[in-house]
Design a protein around this ligand. Structure first.
Ligand SMILES: NC(=O)c1ccc[n+]([C@@H]2O[C@H](COP(=O)([O-])OP(=O)(O)OC[C@H]3O[C@@H](n4cnc5c(N)ncnc54)[C@H](O)[C@@H]3O)[C@@H](O)[C@H]2O)c1
Length: 297
């Protein structure tokens, strides 16, 4: 399959990532089917994307016509069968290995022999999933960054099972949706950015949990001293504290090393449902527009 033969993009999971992956693909001209098991999630995705794209039209990053045409190319559905049209499918469902394996084996029943099946997982290498499908050579990681509408980088990861063609087509696909891809020729859990970020997060949480500084102070130091555009706690709120939790649980289940378990504060926040921006409260509090609100202490 050549890149220009990618005729239809399928995205599974219409949450924070899947909705935006679908949108950038539609903006680049691909017909896109965005599938989710929850109608409510699809409705939320549509509202969110409409708001985001309206803002971009106001700022003249896109014309109204470009955005309207992209929405015309984008189909929202709960019916998995509709993904059979796609020959590039990107999975962006919950970060749980078993859920991803179940989904890939469902997809295997409906896709053609040369459909690329990519996972957007933050940590799970595709070799942990590829054995459930008939053509493991078609499986790889295509890892986007949040928010996809803004972030330019995409990591494409080739597992030992991934064919050269799948890696090449995936790289070309990423370029075609106006993102910058990097190809990891050898797979490793967490890939590049999240492995480096993980070390930073661990240190930030260590300093916070041991009372050396507040989360606000740590974020401020990272921004003002290290020139990071966003602090580690702000980033966790943006990403979803539950995502951090599931990533660490996944790593712990693979390594059995207690050091890989989610941090105490992360587990506490998840237990309380304080997942960050998406629930209105994480390390910080947010209003209904997702803007950070100052809390008087
Ligand atoms: N949030 C981030 O910053 C980020 C960044 C990069 C990668 N990722 C990865 O992307 C994936 C999705 O993350 P997210 O933050 O968008 O999650 P999310 O919780 O916002 O969305 C997940 C969506 O998947 C749907 N879903 C669950 N099971 C499904 C199934 N079997 N079939 C169809 N839909 C299903 C849910 O209804 C939900 O709408 C995860 O693997 C995560 O590790 C997340």
């Amino acid at each position: 399959m050549k890149n220009n033969e990618i005729k239809h993009v399928g995205v599974v999971g219409s949450g924070a990532m899947g909705s935006q992956i679908a949108m950038v693909s539609a903006l680049a001209g691909y017909p896109v089917t965005l599938q989710d098991i929850e109608q409510e999630s699809l409705d939320k995705a549509k509202t969110f994307l409409t708001l985001q794209m309206d803002r971009r039209v106001e700022k003249e990053r896109y014309t109204r016509e470009e955005v309207d045409q992209a929405f015309e190319r984008l189909t929202f559905t709960t019916n998995i069968e509709e993904l059979s049209k796609a020959n590039m499918i990107i999975e962006a469902i919950v970060e749980k290995l078993e859920a991803k394996r179940d989904l890939f084996s469902e997809l295997d029943k409906i896709v053609t022999d040369d459909t690329i099946l990519a996972t957007n997982s933050s940590t799970i290498v595709s070799s942990k999933i590829a054995d459930v499908v008939s053509n493991p050579g078609n499986v790889c990681n295509i890892h986007f960054f949040n928010p996809v509408l803004v972030m330019d980088m995409v990591e494409v990861v080739k597992g030992p099972h991934t064919s050269d063609e799948t890696a090449e087509v995936s790289m070309a696909f990423v370029k075609s949706i106006r993102k910058t891809p990097v190809l990891l020729k050898k797979e490793i859990s967490g890939f590049i950015a999240n492995r480096i970020l993980g070390k930073l997060m661990d240190e930030a949480v260590f300093l916070y949990e041991n009372g050396y500084a507040t989360h606000e102070e740590i974020d401020l130091v990272c921004k003002k001293a290290l020139n990071h555009p966003i602090g580690p706690f702000e980033l966790m709120d943006l990403t979803g504290i539950d995502v951090n939790y599931f990533v660490r649980m996944q790593r712990y289940s693979e390594s059995g090393d207690k050091k890989d378990k989610p941090a105490r504060i992360v587990a506490e926040k998840v237990g309380k449902g304080e997942l960050g921006k998406k629930t209105g409260k994480g390390f910080y509090e947010y209003d209904e527009n997702g803007t950070k609100v100052e809390v008087k202490k």
